[in-house]
Design a protein around this ligand. Sequence first.
Ligand code: 2BA
Length: 108
Amino acid sequence: MKLIIAIVNNDDSAVVASALTKENFTVTKLSTTGGFLMVGNTTFLIGTEENKVARAKEIISKFSKTRTHEVATTASFGRGLADGELRTPVTVGGAMVFVLSVDEAEKY
Ligand code: 2BA
């Protein structure tokens, strides 16, 4: 068995979750926060058989879009974001996916 940990943009999370559950994946959705941008994102935990991992990754990548966020540069500290020159674009996503091997999975 494998555990897929997928971090996706909040805006894509509903469509990713429904596409996965439609294909009978069991999904747990966690509300998480990126350590760099400090904005909310969504982390999915998906326990599945090894032969279904590729399909889960296909679904996640299909519905996770790349976006650009603007963040303050260090030069803007104390000045807010009023001055456009002090912002820098950061490309986020589509999805960061980790696949882990599971030693045991039991349901009580
Ligand atoms: P954040 O940590 O908020 O990162 C948002 C975006 O900022 C990243 O997009 C990346 O483009 C940039 N970034 C992150 N750390 C950076 C740094 N130290 N210096 C410069 N730029 C940096 P993504 O790579 O698409 O990541 C989106 C979100 O996925 C991340 O949000 C984080 O929550 C998660 N993530 C990505 N890689 C991860 C990893 N190796 N381990 C754990 N979580 C990860």
